[in-house]
Design a protein around this ligand. Structure first.
Ligand SMILES: C[S@@+](CC[C@H](N)C(=O)[O-])C[C@H]1O[C@@H](n2cnc3c(N)ncnc32)[C@H](O)[C@@H]1O
Length: 306
């Protein structure tokens, strides 16, 4: 029943997204302005046939605009549930491939791993269990798993893409839709109770970056981390406006940066005393390679963070 509902909502979202992609808002605005100017001119020269044609044109534009707006609103309502954004046909369906291509170009993963070793003393070959709860297709984790053979990599996501990396050797992809808030349950189902590293790059933390949601996801992660456990998140500096400019420039083939703020910029203002009672926070690297380590604190009074 739930699977059926997912498919139908996904299909509906796909259709709405297609409509929004075909009819862009600025097409309507431009056509509307052109037809209004022509009809104004036609009225002044008393060419009523042309005025009629323009009015029919404007009525068609108004109708299409309504279809566009309805599709836009339906899609927005469906995508309030994040998994539909990344599902086939969703507005961010192609996000992963696009960013992966960009990160490969700037050698992001290698540089970040090197920075962790040099700047924080974190040697990936010494990690026992590495979990990526919002790993999407899991390509970065797969690459890491072929470099660090002694580490167990576990990847999953709220929405499972069809072309995710398949499980092999020290890389497990859990292919049921898994919410990061259920990390304890799905890890215990495969016999994992202590995690050394949680890798959450623009994932569940990003999407739960405010108030109680942020406290809650960080508390959920806290409970599965080993006593020395850490969370790794992305932390490049960037504003909302900068992200929008980058989206715009991408349309012209200029691949200049990320189309959104980093996880740390997203949560920075919401880090409160409850969060600081659970984690110490360290910055590692700079520029596009900036990462943050949230290191679990051993809290003697557990009551404080309940
Ligand atoms: C922007 S993508 C990032 C994917 C990947 N971490 C990366 O770095 O490329 C965000 C991902 O977070 C996932 N996500 C969002 N909220 C989640 C949650 N509560 N539990 C698990 N995954 C979640 C989405 O489904 C999506 O695949």
């Amino acid at each position: 029943m739930r699977g059926g509902c997912l498919v139908s909502k996904q299909k509906l979202n796909q259709i709405c997204q297609k409509i929004n992609r075909i009819f862009k808002l600025y097409y309507f605005i431009a056509l509307g302005i052109i037809l209004s100017l022509i009809s104004k001119e036609a009225i002044s020269v008393r060419n009523f046939d042309l005025v009629n044609d323009c009015l029919i044109g404007l009525a068609i534009i108004a109708l299409l605009l309504i279809v566009y707006l309805v599709a836009f609103l339906i899609s927005m309502a469906i995508e309030k549930d994040v998994k539909y954004k990344y599902a086939k046909g969703g507005s961010l369906y192609r996000w992963y491939d696009m960013i992966h291509k960009y990160n490969t170009k700037i050698k992001w993963l290698n540089k970040v791993i090197k920075n962790f070793k040099e700047g924080y003393g974190l040697d990936f070959s010494e990690i026992e269990t590495f979990v990526s709860p919002s790993g999407n297709k899991g390509r970065y984790e797969k690459e890491l798993s072929s470099k660090f053979k002694n580490t167990q990599f576990i990847v999953t996501d709220l929405n499972i893409p069809e072309d995710h990396e398949e499980s092999t050797d020290n890389y497990i992809y859990l292919s049921q839709n898994n919410n990061a808030f259920c990390i304890k349950e799905y890890l215990s189902n495969i016999g994992v109770f202590d995690v050394n590293v949680i890798w959450d790059i623009k994932g569940a933390i990003w999407y739960n970056s405010k108030g109680k949601d942020l406290e809650s996801i960080l508390k959920t992660y806290y409970d599965v981390l080993s006593s020395e456990g850490i969370i790794l998140i992305d932390g490049y500096e960037g504003t909302r406006i900068g992200a929008v400019v980058n989206i715009f420039l991408r349309r012209f083939g200029l691949n200049v940066g990320y189309p959104e703020r980093s996880s740390f910029t997203q949560i920075r203002k919401n880090i409160n005393s409850t969060i600081l009672s659970m984690y110490d926070i360290h910055k590692v690297g700079d520029g596009k390679y900036t990462m943050y380590v949230l290191k679990k604190k051993i809290v003697l009074k557990e009551k404080k963070i309940s």
